[in-house]
Design a protein around this ligand. Sequence first.
Ligand SMILES: NC(=O)c1ccc[n+]([C@@H]2O[C@H](COP(=O)([O-])OP(=O)(O)OC[C@H]3O[C@@H](n4cnc5c(N)ncnc54)[C@H](OP(=O)(O)O)[C@@H]3O)[C@@H](O)[C@H]2O)c1
Length: 440
Amino acid sequence: MLTINLGIIGGGTVGGGVYQALKKNGSLMASRLSVRFRIAGIAVRNPRKKRLPHIPQSLLTKDWKSLVQNPKVNLVVELMGGTTTARTVVLEALKLGKSVVTANKALICEHGEELFSASEKYGANIYYEAAVAGGIPIIKVLRESFSGNRVQSIHGILNGTCNYMLCQMRESGLDFKTALQQATDLGYAEADPTLDVDGYDALHKICILASLAHGHWIDSSKTHVEGIRNILPLDVHFAQSLGYSVKLLGVVKTTSIEKKGIRPRIQVAVHPTLIPLDHVLASVNGVFNAVYLKGDRVGDSLLYGEGAGANATASAILSDLGDAALDHAFGSHRRVPPFVPHSESGSILPQSETVSPFYLRLSVVDRPGTLAKIAAILAESEIGISSVMQPEGHEGKSVPLIMMIHDAREASMNQALKKISRLKVIKAPPVLYRVENFID
Ligand SMILES: NC(=O)c1ccc[n+]([C@@H]2O[C@H](COP(=O)([O-])OP(=O)(O)OC[C@H]3O[C@@H](n4cnc5c(N)ncnc54)[C@H](OP(=O)(O)O)[C@@H]3O)[C@@H](O)[C@H]2O)c1
């Protein structure tokens, strides 16, 4: 029986979850893997703080540095969050040749390249299953299970708070503010929900997945992101009556197949998307996450589960602890390195060059000839309309006009919308959402 001594940095939601999971399932892991995990200490900001679950005072310390440097500690678990001290903690551990398990998506996304090269330099590993989609083992799937596949697309519902809010908007007609309040009251949303509702949490996750799938590190600061802050219940309702559900999707798509030395172009983005109600992702409700992948050998595949919370995240951490311990036992610290750049990489397609169908809602004056004027501008830009809906019961100074648009280049669509906005019959800024029909 091998004993691994853990230095855990962070005893909050996830740290507490890991403490409890090891208490409850540590012996199960010992019987399965012949590894016993011993917690040498847990570093926190304030050891006197009341914690649930209770962590014995004897384990708590304010001094993360001494814990990382403790010669008895052979594996460091970073669960403090943030990208400043956490980066120092991880680098410090790697320099000492100690492998690191982390749940920190922001850290991996923003400093991944630096940390991975330090991991190579010092012969230690970084495990980060918990950084993307909580309990869903998507990192392992991309790095190991699908290593024989070219990943053609990934569509992920990667933020439980947003998914919960969009479901509430659809089911109960709540507006953004009320749905957010409800998510906060239920403990789903953070005190500062910006990272969630503006799409940055999902962005960190989809950039990590895109990097693993395509073998070059994706710069999240150059990746298109749009959150759910401006979504109105009205649009969620119209989408539903047209046969669609609105989801905040992280999207990775290969837009052209590699041929004659031309590398594929990759589309990476986070944005609200209309997806058909009969697609499997449309039935992912509440705080659940899901990742829908297409590989050139495996075809379509779906992973579904809890994307956050103490238990689901601890499950991913325990899986990483198991891998780290076995790598330690067999002296193969870098059996599966944290990231391997590979030749399948391709360049990123600017968002303006992406092509998709669209949902367009205009607020127009209800007057003969309005539709003709709008259709003429769209036709000038070679943009085709697949259907038009003018719902009844909205009579007033302006009425909603909803158009479903055939595949169009995003730049052409935006250009046409600029012209349409200048028409006198248009009474409010146009509302535009991308549509994903999953048919390529
Ligand atoms: N929460 C989730 O559901 C979830 C899911 C997946 C991934 N994650 C990731 O997991 C990480 C931790 O999240 P969390 O929700 O557990 O955060 P949290 O509840 O805020 O816990 C953070 C912990 O770090 C400690 N800490 C902060 N700064 C410290 C410092 N300078 N020295 C020592 N300890 C310090 C805090 O101490 P005090 O307790 O004394 O304040 C606290 O125990 C983040 O990277 C997050 O993105 C979270």
